[in-house]
Design a protein around this ligand. Structure first.
Ligand SMILES: O=C(O)CCC(=O)C(=O)O
Length: 284
């Protein structure tokens, strides 16, 4: 990969969208949110995990779109919205159908609406917390096999989805590859969200001395899955640069990528790692 782009300042917008069971309505909501974020001055816009459908295993197969096959109204709408508003767009995620498999997939578009990257969620959300939350994405979805670092006009971005944030090795590999910001479209819930959502974002940011942004759907009281909301942007020092509650809302923050160099110079933990005692192997 080429050297990390020059440090610069980027205004990011996280669109905490209300999602419904109506895909067309969800696409309209996303399109108008991208326009509103751009009008507010954002050059990098982020959408939530599974923004075009309810977050449920019943929904994923019926809402899934064949992105590679060119049959994806959601992808088409995102490409058009990125170009119309001249923003770099991390398009949250949607259920993707590819041959006989389904994936939880994030698309990244340039300011011209070109598809820059496609990331399939690597760690599937299979958990069982009795009295709390039980979910098994692997009932319908297949895990991705590739990790994604992409150069954009808004910086070098590492892309990962929701449960992926619990795996520090992935974030460390992104940092090693020069990511300035890791973007996690996510949909934590009312059991794990209050305990871990902010903690994990701050941990990944401080571990790796880079920016972290996590964008959730808004909570829908009628939905089977109660999203935590609280979309958040964190600095390399672990500072919350912007956050919200569980309602449909926008989070704006300015990312000054020069801070990454400052923090790493002041506290050079990457050079201080004891790779004579332990190791991280990038097998991708
Ligand atoms: O890790 C968690 O607590 C929530 C993860 C999740 O909701 C997801 O991966 O979709």
């Amino acid at each position: 990969m080429t050297p990390t782009p020059e440090p610069k300042k980027v205004k990011i917008a996280l669109c905490q969208l209300a999602t419904t069971a109506n895909k067309d309505e969800n696409i309209k909501t996303a399109t108008s949110a991208i326009k509103e974020a751009a009008a507010a001055g954002a050059s990098l816009v982020v959408l939530p995990e599974m923004w075009n459908c309810p977050y449920s295993n019943d929904s994923f197969p019926t809402y899934a779109e064949d992105i590679d096959g060119g049959a994806s109204p959601s992808a088409d709408a995102l490409a058009a919205a990125a170009a119309a508003n001249a923003v770099t767009l991390v398009g949250g995620s949607i259920p993707e159908r590819s041959e006989d498999r389904l994936y939880n997939t994030c698309l990244v578009f340039s300011r011209e609406g070109a598809l820059l990257a496609k990331h399939r969620k690597v760690h599937l959300f299979d958990i069982d917390i009795p009295g709390g939350v039980t979910f098994k994405e692997s009932d319908t979805l297949t895990a991705g096999e590739a990790i994604t670092v992409v150069d954009t006009e808004a910086g070098r971005l590492g892309i990962a989805i929701c449960y992926d944030i619990r795996f520090p090795e992935l974030a460390q590999i992104y940092a090693q590859r020069g990511a300035q910001l890791i973007v996690y479209p996510g949909a934590f819930n009312t059991t794990t969200g209050p305990e871990h959502w902010e903690l994990l974002q701050r941990a990944r940011a401080v571990d790796n001395q880079l920016f972290v942004a996590a964008c959730s759907p808004a909570r829908n009281p009628k939905a089977s899955y109660q999203a935590w909301g609280h979309s958040t942007v964190v600095s390399p020092w672990g500072k919350i640069l912007g956050t919200t509650d569980e309602t449909p809302s926008f989070v704006y923050a300015e990312l000054d990528y020069a801070e990454i160099e400052t923090r790493r110079r002041n506290m050079p933990i990457t050079q201080q790692k004891r790779y004579d005692m332990y190791s991280l192997v990038d097998k991708t």
